[in-house]
Design a protein around this ligand. Structure first.
Ligand code: BG6
Length: 519
């Protein structure tokens, strides 16, 4: 198709998924940053390509300190876009998006910059029919969240009168401990209603994460056994092969615990552990997630010492790349005591999960990139097999692979063919891409789309964020008092420190191997 034909097609086509975003402008603060170029604009491009944006009512505005004009901003985005959207890149779609993309340069604390933004929003409304609706995306450093919200409100840009809507998406990290998360909630809530506030966690944009609820609640076979009577324990692994790359400055202050656990990993746990919601309405789902988070057993200082393991990588080879030691990475302190690996044993104190440990581990510079949740069922009794050659029965394991090869596998015992009675462990495997094909996605499409539709289900509510930090806070406290004495304690390319293995070995269990995600 020629560019003109593609544009005509975009204007007339019905969306592939059956509904379109309402007319609106998406304003990205921090638009000259990495996230905008790598994720947000590719996600808007993918939405346009899937005909999910209203062709006669969409515009986007970048806002950042860098001095650029509209053409310079479009060039900055376009230069990388092809690489980020891959084979689905179409000049016509980009050209359509480009004409609706403009830029406002200014400091976040400068009222004149917000005047320019207001004027640009007015123009977008006139020119592109955006109906005065605006989705502000704060892709800035967290210290600017409160300031930007204040400045937007002061200029009247959060005003929803006349039927138009104004919403604000806030990137992570949302605070660095419980006190700062509470303070940030208070600060934002004094400028915005909770219904206007969208705290993003990009893990919830992942298809398989969303599928967790569907798996649990649209199948009759799982829910009856989804409890302490049938489940022995749950493991969650988020392994990355990369080191900290260019983010040493941020990461050395944050560490693996803050970076991944109270947000991404707790979101996964809450979806696995929650009770069935009374509906799929945003607050019905979030009420149940929040209850699961609140039921997490608090850590005493003694628990932190016995049930939480931290690690930091030394030089090695991970994912076919040679990595320097963490302490030798750019912008990392040479004596840094920041952890790049965490493992812990969590309990959820409620009727369903009492006594079922949730083991989680997350780390950089591990052997393979893999994110998975595995549900380990109780072992069947040996009674029938005790006079056979079978030495032990194996538990069933249900593995939900979040990435990279999204899918679900179930292991079960089968007889090995032959005269003797021997048991083998085999598996049934469902792969998303084999079955449904793959749609190019950055993981931000669904979240941006839901923001435009006003659906908060996949965004974190204030109480969820606070409940998560409340679990992690005692660990942070103790770690600032008791510094690690054995860092670095694992080599890049290995599965983390030996203490993490001991954490499970003490309970007579072991981690699934990181190299093998399908069995
Ligand atoms: C980010 C963390 O939130 O998630 C990064 O700050 C991490 O350190 C990333 O690498 C992992 O996301 P994904 O989607 O690649 O699993």
């Amino acid at each position: 198709m020629s560019v003109a034909e593609t544009i005509a097609h975009l204007e007339s086509a019905v969306p592939i998924a059956g509904r379109k975003a309402p007319p609106c402008t998406v304003v990205i603060f921090g638009a000259a940053g990495d996230l905008t170029q790598r994720k947000l604009v590719p996600a808007l491009y993918n939405l346009a390509n899937q005909r999910l944006l209203t062709a006669s009512g969409f515009a986007t505005i970048g806002f950042a300190r860098r001095e650029l004009d509209d053409a310079g901003f479009r060039e900055y985005l376009g230069g990388e876009l092809r690489g980020h959207v891959g084979e689905s890149f179409d000049d016509g779609v980009w050209s359509w998006l480009c004409t609706r993309t403009s830029y406002v340069s200014g400091n976040f604390d400068d009222p004149a910059a917000y005047e320019r933004l207001a004027a640009q929003l007015e123009r977008a409304q006139q020119e592109f029919g955006t109906a005065g609706n605006v989705l502000f995306y704060l892709a800035t450093a967290p210290e600017h969240f409160g300031l930007v919200a204040r400045m937007l409100k002061a200029r009247g840009l959060l005003d929803q009168s006349g039927g138009r809507w104004r919403r604000v998406i806030v990137e992570k990290p949302f605070g660095h401990d419980l006190a700062s998360a509470r303070a940030l909630n208070r600060e934002l809530q004094s400028e915005l209603a909770e219904s206007q506030l969208y705290r993003i966690d990009h893990y919830l944009g992942k298809e398989t994460v969303q599928n967790l609820m569907v798996l649990r609640f649209s199948n009759a076979i799982f829910e009856p056994i989804w409890n302490r009577r049938y489940i022995d324990h749950v493991q969650i692994t988020v392994a990355e092969t990369l080191g900290v790359e260019k983010r040493g400055g941020y990461y050395d202050k944050a560490g693996a615990l803050r970076d991944m656990v109270p947000n991404h990993i707790f979101q996964l746990i809450s979806l696995v552990a929650m009770e069935p919601p009374i509906s799929f309405q945003a607050d019905a789902v979030r009420d149940e997630q929040c209850k699961a988070l609140r039921a997490m057993q608090p850590f005493t200082p003694a628990d932190v010492l016995s049930r939480v393991v931290r690690g930091q990588y030394a030089a090695g080879n991970a994912g076919n790349k040679t990595l320097p030691a963490y302490r030798a990475e750019h912008a990392v302190a040479p004596e840094s005591t920041t952890e790049t690996f965490v493992a812990m044993k969590l309990g959820i104190d409620n009727w369903r999960w009492s006594g079922v440990p949730f083991y989680l581990r997350v780390g950089k510079a591990l052997p393979k990139r893999t994110t998975e949740i595995s549900i380990h069922f109780r072992k069947p009794p040996m009674v029938l097999f005790r006079h056979t050659e079978v030495e032990s029965t194996k538990p069933n394991v249900l593995v939900v692979r979040i990435q990279p090869d999204e899918g679900i596998a179930l292991t079960f015992g089968a007889k090995v063919p032959g005269a003797a009675l021997r048991l083998g462990s085999v598996f049934m495997d469902f792969s998303y891409s084999d079955h449904f094909g793959s749609t190019p996605a950055t993981g931000y499409e669904r979240l941006l789309f839901d923001g435009m539709l006003g659906d908060q289900t996949l965004f974190q509510r204030a109480d969820m964020v606070e409940a998560s930090w409340a679990v992690v806070d005692p660990i942070l406290d103790l770690w600032t008092k008791v510094l690690p004495h054995d860092f670095p304690n694992y080599h890049a390319g290995t599965a983390g420190p030996v203490d993490a293995d001991e954490l499970l070995a003490r309970d007579g269990r072991q981690w699934r191997t990181i190299l093998d995600t399908t069995s």
